[in-house]
Every structure is written in structure tokens, then in C-alpha cells.
Design a protein around this ligand. Sequence first.
Ligand SMILES: Nc1ncnc2c1ncn2[C@@H]1O[C@H](COP(=O)(O)OP(=O)(O)OP(=O)(O)O)[C@@H](O)[C@H]1O
Ligand SMILES: [Mg+2]
Length: 143
Amino acid sequence: MATTTSNSPEQTRQIASRFAASLPQGSIVAVEGELGAGKTHFIQGAARGLGFHGAVTSPTFTIVHEYPTGQGPVFHIDLYRIASPRDTAALGLEEIFAAGRATFIEWPERLGAELPPTAFRVRIAIAPDPQRQIELPDSSDPT
Ligand SMILES: Nc1ncnc2c1ncn2[C@@H]1O[C@H](COP(=O)(O)OP(=O)(O)OP(=O)(O)O)[C@@H](O)[C@H]1O
Ligand SMILES: [Mg+2]
């Protein structure tokens, strides 16, 4: 676990890109942080690091976005609108996790105990704006 300071949205993307490049196949990454912390920017950078160079936006209305890469799809899930772990049943998370090169989850707290224990946990805190303190696990070492 290491904490890194980001001074800009682009730096957050760069930190995420480097982090994501060493993620094992099939990794699940829980990205925590308050509204506007930079979770979506982090996942934009992570997708870039995994080889996806298209647009990454907050999937607020679709819940699940899929970004193709040469090593399989990267999934981006935003659970902001999910009220409880029960409501995630219809998403087919098991299939997504199994098929993904990596799966990134905004608002992973919504999953409660359904968040797999093997998930990497990234925490982003605003401290102070526009800086972000980003807590990163070792991405080459699933726990
Ligand atoms: N160092 C920084 N890193 C990331 N974002 C930053 C930074 N400084 C300022 N910002 C701004 O903070 C906002 C982060 O937005 P983003 O959509 O990534 O947050 P989020 O955590 O996904 O929010 P939400 O919970 O609404 O989905 C953007 O407006 C971005 O420009
Ligand atoms: Mg977001």
C-alpha cells in the first residue's frame, strides 16, 4: 500500500495507467472516494494503461460500460444508483468478473459483502482541491 499525491486530473490518469498496467488478468479493482473525488478520471487512466484509448465517461445511466482491449474487455461499473447489494444480482457480476481483463467499480461500498475479497482497493481523497491523495495497493500482488 502506498499513497501518492496527484495535482491534476491528468496526473491522476497517469498514476492509474501505471497502476493498471501490472494488474493480473481478471483483476477486480474497487475505486472508493466521495462525489467528485476522481474515480472516473482514475478509471479513464487505468483503461488507457490497459490499451483502451477511446472515451471513458461515468456510466451513471448504464451502470456497466465495456472497453475493448487486445487482452479482453475492461469493465467499468458505477454502482452509485444501486441501493443495496440485492439490486446488483441482475447485473451478472460473476460473469463480468470472469470475462474481464480487469473490472473497475465506482461506489463498491454498494456491494457490501458481495465485493470479492480478492478485489484490489484504491482510495481517493480530496486533500485539498485540486490535489488528491491516492492510496494504491501493489497491483502485481492480489491479496
Ligand atoms: N487531481 C485531480 N484528480 C482527479 N480529478 C480532479 C483533480 N483535481 C480536480 N479534479 C476534478 O475533480 C472532478 C473529478 O471527477 P470524476 O468524475 O472523476 O469524480 P468521481 O469520483 O468519478 O465522481 P462521482 O462520484 O460523481 O462519479 C473533475 O471535475 C476533475 O476535473
Ligand atoms: Mg464517477
